[in-house]
Ligand binder design. Structure first.
Ligand code: 9D3
Length: 254
């Protein structure tokens, strides 16, 4: 996977991505990352990249020319036209499914906006995908581009160690994970659940599965609609729901 980021803040991308697991994957040659400074492509003598909006209004608009020329310089080096993702609050909300789709590509171009936006004409010319990372307001597209690259990179073969990856997750995806414990056995008077010390692998697996069901019911009940639950799972959840109803009743009476 080769990432190309069009941005006014290339250092932010480089700093953010060169550490951790993604940095190691880049060193191993599994990924590449190029942050292109849009300003380097401005034909204006002051390297200007923005101007006032036609029709008036607050703030500045990023002009078409530097972005288009920066994109064309990238496209020239590729065999086929890449997907170009514009990070914008107006996009489809990013998801694991979108990440899986994008992970199939050889090249991905991310376009990061700032100011009040980008001249619509260059968006029409180069953008293939409009993507947001959720309904909250950031200052620009750089963090969203990094969120997307981080998510997509984990799906590239070899980036994660085998223990973490692929198939196991696709089932687990629909349920939250069970709680984890490590040494010591007692911390602040809290004991590690006895079953985990038993060495009884079947019982441990069952306990963990039940914890997953309970957590998902309590914290993310929306996920249960899509989860592949068997009869026993459904019974277990009904039982938790019933217990909860009883404790709610007790609280109300107090
Ligand atoms: C004139 C600016 N705002 C009007 C209310 C809209 C606006 C545009 C761009 C507000 C913030 C931004 C900067 N954010 C992004 O570029 C962005 C973003 C985000 O803010 N949240 C979630 N996903 C994304 S993807 C790009």
């Amino acid at each position: 996977m080769n990432y190309h980021v069009l941005t006014l803040f290339p250092e932010m991308i480089e700093q953010g991505m060169n550490t951790s697991i993604i940095g190691r994957a880049i060193e191993q040659g599994l990924l590449s990352l190029e942050a292109v400074n849009i300003r380097d492509y401005s034909t204006n003598k002051h390297h200007k990249v923005d101007d006032y909006p036609y029709g008036g209004g607050a703030g500045m608009v990023m002009q078409a020319q530097p972005i288009y020329d920066a994109y064309c310089a990238l496209e020239k080096k590729m065999e086929k036209k890449p997907r170009v993702i514009y990070l914008t609050p107006q996009g489809r909300t990013f998801s694991q499914k979108i990440a899986q789709d994008l992970a199939k590509e050889q090249n991905l171009v991310f376009l990061c906006g700032h100011y009040e936006g980008i001249d619509e004409r260059v968006l029409e010319e180069i953008v293939t995908d409009y993507v947001s990372i959720g309904d909250y307001v950031l200052t620009g597209g750089e963090l969203p581009a990094m969120v997307m690259m981080d998510t997509i990179s984990r799906l590239i073969p070899g980036v994660l160690n085998n223990e973490d990856s692929a198939e196991y997750e696709s089932f687990q995806n629909s349920l939250l994970e069970h709680p984890q414990y490590s040494r010591p056995e007692v911390w602040k008077d809290k004991r590690v659940p006895e079953v985990l010390l038993s060495g009884h692998h079947e019982k441990i697996a069952q306990w963990r599965h039940e914890q997953s069901l309970e957590r998902t019911f309590l914290r993310r009940p929306d996920l249960l609609e899509k989860a592949p639950l068997d009869k026993k799972d459904k019974k277990y959840i009904e039982q938790i729901a019933a217990n909860q109803a009883i404790s709610d009743e007790n609280v109300t009476e107090e």
